[in-house]
Ligand binder design. Structure first.
Ligand code: CMP
Length: 138
């Protein structure tokens, strides 16, 4: 079993797509073991995306991620990191395969509806950013 972090980003939450996206994740066989809605401050968004700090899109990305509430989801399943990444599709919605979340719900490279951890080590760090031990159910 493996855990991963999913985030439903501000553009998707604002369009009331959180329920639909959570249903699609569950239909794909991933279990929700942690769930919360919150609004990141700019500083918190910068902390979460610190790995991208030197990228030209960092300031815009962190403004966007702090622009409204997000839904943070801890997912569990066999090979959950790769399976959730496959469900999300390519980062750029224009390149995402039909049937993927970003193809269906993404609006742009930045407002691409969902985030997912890119590997098991990153997942552990990203899950710990949003959830303490008590907030992940067994
Ligand atoms: P995400 O998977 O959340 O990780 C970093 C985010 O930066 C990415 O999704 C995109 O939404 C956003 N982003 C904006 N511009 C770019 C870019 N040029 N290349 C990659 N990611 C970008």
């Amino acid at each position: 079993m493996q855990d991963t972090l999913a985030i439903i980003k501000p553009d998707a939450v604002a369009r009331d797509l959180a329920g639909e996206i959570l249903a699609a994740v569950q239909a794909a066989g991933l279990r929700i073991v942690g769930l919360k809605m919150l609004r990141l401050s700019k500083a918190q968004a910068q902390g979460f995306y610190a790995v991208h700090a030197e990228r030209p899109f960092f300031d815009s990305l962190t403004d966007y991620m702090a622009s409204g509430p997000v839904v943070c989801v801890a997912l569990r399943g066999e090979d959950a990191v790769a399976r959730y990444r496959a469900l999300m599709g390519a980062t750029n919605p224009e390149q995402a395969e039909p049937g993927t979340l970003r193809h269906k719900y993404g609006q742009s490279l930045e407002a691409n509806a969902v985030h997912g951890s890119d590997g098991p080590d990153t997942a552990a760090v990203e899950l710990a950013f949003f959830f303490n031990k008590l907030e992940i159910v067994e």
